[in-house]
Ligand binder design. Sequence first.
Ligand SMILES: CC(C)(COP(=O)(O)OP(=O)(O)OC[C@H]1O[C@@H](n2cnc3c(N)ncnc32)[C@H](O)[C@@H]1OP(=O)(O)O)[C@@H](O)C(=O)NCCC(=O)NCCS
Length: 169
Amino acid sequence: MNIREEQSGDVPEIRKVHEEAFGQPQEADIVDKLQRNCNDLLSLVAVTENKIIGHILFSPLEIKSKERTVQGMGLAPMAVLPEYQRQGIGAGLVREGITRLKSQGCPFVIVLGHVEYYPRFGFEPASRYRIQSEWEVPDDAFMILMLNQSEMRGVSGLARYRPEFGSRP
Ligand SMILES: CC(C)(COP(=O)(O)OP(=O)(O)OC[C@H]1O[C@@H](n2cnc3c(N)ncnc32)[C@H](O)[C@@H]1OP(=O)(O)O)[C@@H](O)C(=O)NCCC(=O)NCCS
């Protein structure tokens, strides 16, 4: 399995991964919209034998603090084809994404997701930092990974995803 950045021509296969993993088109639609509207994405695919079996997308997300606004990235959506799940492919995508974002100077990553899954990568409840979601979501499912503690010192407030996510990611 190899992880690389999305290339032109990958769009239909990425769509299929999301549709099969989620069993509905909504997440694939969000990916399509973000790909059309936003130049600042990190989009990684997991490939085996020339077939895309997993995809992860990171898009810009802002936390509006009283004094300043800080931009980081939101992890969403991520999917692995059902027949390839539970083999570490999702973990590989998350880790590669985090490594790349950290080296680019991204100060934080936010995810709204499975409480049993994301803490293994260092995510913790965003409420610990008084960072809230714009949606009503379970407190522990809204998580943040701090990549630059000093830049994030004192930052709290509302975290806003791109409008393409609509009512929630
Ligand atoms: C979530 C997902 C991307 C994980 O990919 P993966 O390649 O199976 O992940 P890994 O092999 O790295 O890790 C497997 C772990 O994922 C966790 N996991 C997978 N699906 C889960 C679910 N629906 N609920 C809770 N935990 C889940 C399990 O804890 C599992 O841990 P284990 O190995 O101790 O059993 C994949 O299961 C998927 O596409 N699911 C459907 C879409 C989805 O829910 N996406 C995430 C929300 S954006």
